[in-house]
Design a protein. Structure first.
Lengths: 175, 136
């Protein structure tokens, strides 16, 4: 018993080394996913964020056809980087609505003029209230909303060129 | 003199913390006039984690989203909502991760039991020692 007990500190030490090593080498995942995936879109009504696009309300989503809901902001750099991919999705026939976070109409207009406008409707969420209601933790994020108005998928971060087929698949699944 | 002037100018400078051009939400950095309500709001804000800078509470964070969260919490407390209801609303969206308040969830039982177990182990060791000493 005593001889066995002598090894206990070493075993404990090795256990800690293993714990810390796994923490060091495990890829860092700090992405916080929304718990609302699979649930209906929370109710909201937002004013128009751009001069030439209508306002956005949650009631407009249950149309029988899946849509994308893009969370963006004119001040957000990765949002500009994903603009070509959103344009490609629009050209593939996807309907995209958007919510502009902490934004102002002249800034949104300028952003859309510079990077293109793939959106059907854009709502202005000046105090991130709808962003919080959606469980979204940053910009850009893109939600796939199915035909019944339920959140089917949440994409966190900008949509890269190689994400586009995956988003299209998710839209097909959400039908 | 010049140095003093330069230092005074430095005092007036606004730090470049803004991530957006918009001013902060109305109640982001303003206290609720009713002290009791402000105490409740403050206690809640200190235990809600900031989503942008993940090691800070929203009470400590300068991120614009944390400001929006503070403002929303104050507005909801002023409207008569209970802090725990707001916490649960946030947990329903972001998961347990968003709250710093420890819960009694089964995964945390070992953590709660650890002090009692360690104390028991200590008493056991102590008893062994006393026994040995009295025998000697």
């Amino acid at each position: 018993m005593r001889t066995l007990l002598i090894w206990l500190p070493l075993v404990l030490f090795l256990g800690f080394v293993g714990l810390f090593a796994s923490g060091l080498f495990k890829p860092d995942d700090r992405v916080i996913h929304s718990r609302l995936v699979g649930q209906p879109l929370p109710a909201f009504t937002l004013p128009a964020a751009a001069s030439d696009r209508p306002a956005l309300a949650s009631a407009q989503f249950a149309t029988g056809k899946p849509r994308l809901l893009n969370i963006f902001a004119s001040w957000c750099v990765p949002c500009a980087a994903e603009a070509p991919q959103l344009m490609a999705l629009k050209q593939a026939g996807v309907e995209i609505d958007a919510i502009a976070i902490r934004d102002a109409r002249p800034d949104v207009d300028g952003f859309l003029q510079r990077y293109g406008n793939p959106y059907a409707r854009i709502g202005l969420d000046a105090r991130s209230a709808v962003q919080m209601a959606l469980g979204s933790s940053g910009v850009p994020e893109t939600f796939v909303i199915d035909g019944k108005g339920r959140i089917a998928y949440q994409h966190i971060g900008d949509i890269r060129a190689d994400d586009v087929p995956m988003i299209l698949d998710r839209l097909k699944d959400a039908r | 003199m010049k140095l003093i002037l330069a230092l005074l100018c430095a005092l007036l400078a606004v730090p470049a913390t803004a991530q957006t051009a918009l001013p902060p939400a109305p109640w982001a950095d303003r206290q609720i006039p009713d002290a009791a309500q402000e105490r409740k709001a403050k206690a809640l804000m200190e235990t809600i984690r900031c989503l942008t800078c993940q090691s800070q509470s929203i009470a400590d964070s300068g991120a614009s989203m944390a400001g929006d969260m503070r403002s929303q919490i104050r507005e909801r407390i002023m409207a008569g909502e209970q802090p725990e209801a707001i916490r649960n609303w946030l947990i329903a969206r972001y998961g347990d991760w968003v709250s710093y308040e420890p819960t009694a969830a089964p995964i945390l039982w070992p953590l709660w039991a650890a002090p009692i177990l360690l104390l028991g182990l200590g008493l056991l060791l102590l008893r062994g020692r006393i026994k040995r000493r009295t025998r000697a």
